[in-house]
Structures are given as C-alpha cells and as structure tokens.
Write a protein that binds this ligand. Sequence first.
Ligand code: AHM
Ligand code: MG
Length: 307
Amino acid sequence: MQNLQSYLEGAGAGDELIGVFGSLTESVRKISLAVRTADTGKIGTTNSYGEEQVAMDVFSNTILIEELKKNSQVGLVASEELPDEEKIGGGEYALAFDPLDGSSLVDVNFSVGTIIGIYKKKTFIGVKGDDQVAALIAVYGPRTTIFLTVKKGVAQFMLNLKGEFILMKDKIQVGEGSDASSGASKYFAPGNLRACASNLAYLDLVNYWIKEQYTLRYSGGMVPDINHILLKGKGVFAYPGYKDEPNGKLRLLFECAPMSLIMEQAGGAASDGKIRILEKKLENLEQRTPIFIGSKGEVQRCSNALK
Ligand code: AHM
Ligand code: MG
C-alpha cells in the first residue's frame, strides 16, 4: 500500500512542500483525536464574523498554528478563526484554512472537516484560487480521510490505526454520471434552502432536481457533502446568495477556493454562477461567494438557472 510520502514524491512535490504536508497531516491527526474526545461546548467568544466559537474551533486552530510554526518553510497563515493574516515564520509558504468546518455539527456526531489552501505569497489580499500550489481537505467521519492535490490530480488517503495516511484512491474523477438521461443516477446537495424564499430562481432549480428524481445527499457540512461528490464521481453542491446576503455564507479564501481547486483537479467545476471560483480575486479575508460545485454539466445548469 502506498503512503503519503511516496505518493507526493511520485507526484513531483519537492521536499519543502512534502514537509508542509507533514505538518498538516500531523495537525489532522491531532484534530481528529480532539473531534472524537474533546468538549463540544460553546466558549462564549465570537470569531471576526460574529459567529459563536465552539471550543473545538479554537482548539483546531491552535493545533494547526502550533504545528505550522515548527515548520521553517511556512511564513504566513490566515484562518477563519483569526481576525487577520499572521506572519508566523520566514518561509515562503502561506496557508489559509478553516480549521474545523461545520463545528456546530460535532455535538450531534455528524461528519466535519478541515479545509486548507496552500500558496507561496507574502499576503493573501489580491490572490486568486488559481494561485494555490496545493490544497488539502480532511474529513472526520467514522474514518478520518484526506483529499489532496499538488495540481497533478486528486488522491484520497485514510488515517490507519498506526497513525499513517494510506492511499485509498488515486486519480479521483468527477464526471456527469453513468446514465446522464436518468435523474436516479444523480446527487444534489442544496445548501441554504432558506434562500428559496427570496430567490425564486433557486426554488425553480431545486424543484427541477426533485422532479427529475435526483438523490438528496446533504449533511449540513460542506466537507462531507463535497466528499460525497468526489467519491461517487458525480453530483452538485450549491450554496447561493439571497436577498439579505447576496454572496451567501461560504468564504472564498477559507472554504471555496481550496474546495474548488480539488474539484477542478478531479475534472469537475466550481462557479459563483458567473465565473470560476478560482478566478475570483480576494479583496478581503472575509469575502464570501455563492458557490456551485461538482459535475461540470450540473454547475453549468446552476449558472443557467440563476442568471
Ligand atoms: P462554518 O464554517 O461556520 O462551520 O460554516 C460552514 C458550513 C458549511 O460546512 C455548510 O455547507 C454550511 O455552513 C451550512 O450552513 P447553514 O446550515 O447555515 O446554511
Ligand atoms: Mg467553515
């Protein structure tokens, strides 16, 4: 069985980037343990977006930053749980992350995840998702798994009982489904259904999926929902804007850009309804964006429907 190190060497990642992945997988091991065992309570603080933080949001953030501080290749970090980007060393790598996406789902024992975009930049302001050199997402479910890309396709690894990441699936592909004419072969994950109250085009799109007998696969966690699309090889996740929040909820830097790099590297697509997510320039760290991500044809259907 192939391990992470030999996969990365085979994919042509240099020693420095392999070292960065080493710090990230060490963090994932520790976060995975924390998710299984730590307190799930709220701690009475809010992040810079006014959202209540749970102990594990803060704990996961601290784990990542402490691990990355030990790595001389890393210079800059930005996190959904920090008010600003922070210089933590002299290295050329810059990492942006959502340490524990879906943290409000831990107490009910749903799957959650970590999302990380890897750049070589001195600041995140002005970057585009296309500037990422690599990305990683971790899924904490019954198993702990990661997807990663060094822009040579996408591979999935599983954390085994010895603490090693073992290759489960290489060359992950997201296509249109084996039977494009049959709704039954298709999956949909319609985020933010509340938007249907003001965004009637979204209501129409959701009705289309229902009438065409798509299969609903929505957990309330972006990471497991997109994990489903990556592993089943088809489907779509949507999180549109609505009247009060035209850009929806999800952040470009911390959530949408790394997810979109992984999805495109798997042959799928990701759009805000007008342009590729990866082409969007970051004006500020908290920037949000609508997102439609998954099979190319389904993402195009969303763009057409929500014009
Ligand atoms: P978080 O970063 O505060 O955890 O929020 C992100 C999560 C995504 O995982 C998920 O797709 C979305 O929020 C669901 O939001 P909601 O249920 O509020 O529509
Ligand atoms: Mg999040």
